[in-house]
Design a protein around this ligand. Structure first.
Ligand SMILES: [Zn+2]
Ligand SMILES: [Zn+2]
Length: 361
């Protein structure tokens, strides 16, 4: 009998300072959500697992901050932070201390990256981050500073040149796409609900990168009501070929909790079964291609119970520990129309991208 595989060391990013934000009482991003995840993983005995430890997030450095955002935007965030007056965007209200809070929540992702590079942990899990709507010039969509861009620039400064971002958040990562659209060192694969009707109304199949980054920006939109079955079909027919081609040396996963059927921010109907499936695949991929280097940035997820089930699921996958959420019944199964649109979209992605990368369909 062979020995069971060694359990990976996982750093869970957490500190009270992450929670010092205030978008207002009616905002979907509620104060207390990170504490809630922390308490939940303690309750289901993940936090006490021998291979899971807490990592304290460090604020983002000035040099990385200046690398990822325009000086005028940073001045405005600092002004809002001092006065408590103004907003980042219509859906992202300002508050006193927003600058310092964003430095911590964004810095958490870079702290996780550094802990992996130093060998302290194999993987990190941040209950925040994934601020993929923030662009160089300005933030928005609940995102102040783009932590993914900051983490990628940190990796590039240390010689990494094949960074994969698998962005399964239900909203397209329009900010991250803009930073790396022509960058040959970064592959971004985004699965999201059709931008025709969902924020940020960007992320079309035809947006495939440019110049040296041509073919490395992959957008796979799903129609409303898409569930686990069509999602798995798209995953199986796109992700393995693309990841095998790219051979990433570092992987970021945004696991897509806001695509869960109980989440009211979108119209996809996923369950934790598919979230387990995709995170398991990418965890194995990290061990195959990136010497295990995998950072999970959990990002969105606005239904409190579903958010916790998803967090428990992904954390248990990457730490090889036991956690089972309750069984879930989405409102309906994928119908013929959904299947037809998803199959057509998958074919279009393959037709547009695969020949550029020299891949067979
Ligand atoms: Zn692992
Ligand atoms: Zn989202």
């Amino acid at each position: 009998m062979s020995a069971s595989p060694k359990k990976c060391k996982v750093g869970f990013l957490w500190d009270y300072s992450m929670e010092t934000f205030n978008f207002g009482k009616s905002h979907p991003v509620r104060v207390g959500r990170f504490q809630m995840v922390r308490d939940f993983i303690e309750q289901v005995e993940l936090l006490t697992a021998e291979n899971i430890s807490i990592l304290k997030p460090e604020p983002l450095s000035e040099s990385l901050l200046e690398r990822i955002h325009a000086p005028e935007y940073l001045d405005e965030v600092r002004r809002i932070s001092r006065t408590g007056e103004g907003e980042i965007d219509i859906d992202t209200p300002g508050f006193r201390g927003i600058y310092e809070n964003a430095l911590i929540t964004t810095g958490a992702t870079v702290t996780g990256v550094k802990a992996i590079l130093s060998g302290e942990v194999d993987h990190f899990y941040s209950p925040t981050g994934g601020f993929h709507h923030a662009k160089y010039a300005w933030g928005g969509g609940f995102c102040v500073f783009n932590d993914i861009a900051a983490a990628i620039y940190e990796l590039k400064s240390q010689g990494f040149s094949r960074v994969l971002v698998l962005d399964l958040d239900v909203h397209h990562g329009n900010g991250t796409q803009e930073y790396f659209y022509n960058d040959p060192d970064v592959m971004i694969i985004s699965f999201h609900e059709d931008p025709e009707w969902l924020y940020p109304h960007d992320g079309f199949i035809t947006d495939i990168g440019s110049d040296e980054g041509l073919g490395l920006n992959i957008n796979m939109p799903f129609p409303m009501d898409s569930g686990d079955a069509v999602y798995r079909y798209a995953f199986d027919n796109l992700i393995p070929s693309l990841v095998e081609f790219f051979e990433p040396d570092f992987i970021f996963l945004l696991p897509g909790y806001d695509a869960h059927y109980r989440d009211s921010m979108s119209h996809l109907t996923l369950t934790t079964d598919i979230i387990r499936y995709t995170s398991k695949w990418i965890h194995q991929a990290a061990h195959k291609w990136s010497q295990g280097k995998l950072g999970v940035i959990s990002g969105g997820g606005y239904h409190p119970e579903a958010f916790l089930w998803c967090a428990g699921t992904v954390l248990s996958v990457i730490s090889r520990t036991d956690y089972q959420p309750p069984s879930q019944e989405p409102p309906f199964e994928d119908d013929d129309e959904t299947w037809n649109i998803v199959k057509r979209n998958v074919s279009r992605v393959q037709e547009l991208v695969f020949p550029i990368l020299g891949l067979e369909k």
